[in-house]
Design a protein around this ligand. Structure first.
Ligand SMILES: [Zn+2]
Length: 188
């Protein structure tokens, strides 16, 4: 097997991991039990069930969300911020820089199909943020898992949206000078 083939195999396995419906397989514990994670997923999917068939862009209008596109660096290499949302003012700011970074990281993962396109990534990120606005829940780890499950069901994405974070982290890990902590985490 050539090195190239091996890379393709390992990437294929990685994607399989993200197709499992229970987020628990790739959510690092974060103090939550498996039951907590399953519960959070169910809550996110239940909320998405209220909006079946809605495009996230239309849902944003329906919820009265003020949507802004911006681009910023989170400052810390270990931190990936795809968006910032303020529930009270119903404002969602999408981070185009992070969305671009995910699209770039996924370029060589053909198994991800159309979900590699930046417009899709943007839609999934938006759906995630809309969960926070619609449910008025954010901040806790469980609310993040709920939002991922919500985004996955609303958009019909066949993978966990955590794929995007993973892709950015993996790419950063290849650049140990700029991202020493990401590189160390990938090794360990
Ligand atoms: Zn969130």
């Amino acid at each position: 097997m050539t090195a190239e083939q091996m890379t393709a195999v390992s990437r294929g396995r990685t994607l399989d991991r993200f197709t499992v419906p229970e987020e628990r397989v790739h959510v690092p514990g974060g103090g939550l039990s498996r039951i907590d994670i399953d519960r959070a997923c169910a809550a996110g999917r239940r909320e998405a069930g209220r909006f079946t068939g809605w495009a996230p862009a239309d849902l944003a209008v329906f919820l009265g969300v003020v949507l802004t596109d911006a681009a910023w660096s989170a400052g810390l290499p270990a931190l990936i911020l795809f968006a910032e949302t303020e529930i009270r003012s119903r404002s969602v700011t999408l981070n185009e820089a992070a969305i671009d970074e995910a699209a770039l990281s996924l370029r060589e993962l053909p198994q991800a199909g159309p979900w590699r396109e930046r417009s899709r990534i943007r839609t999934v990120v938006l759906a995630h943020e809309l969960y926070h606005v619609a449910s008025r829940r954010s901040g806790r780890r469980s609310a993040e898992i709920e939002a991922h499950a919500f985004a996955r069901q609303l958009t019909g994405m066949p993978f966990s949206p955590l794929l995007y974070e993973w892709a950015v982290r993996s790419t950063r890990a290849l650049d140990p000078k700029q991202y020493p902590r990401a590189a160390a985490a990938a090794k360990g």
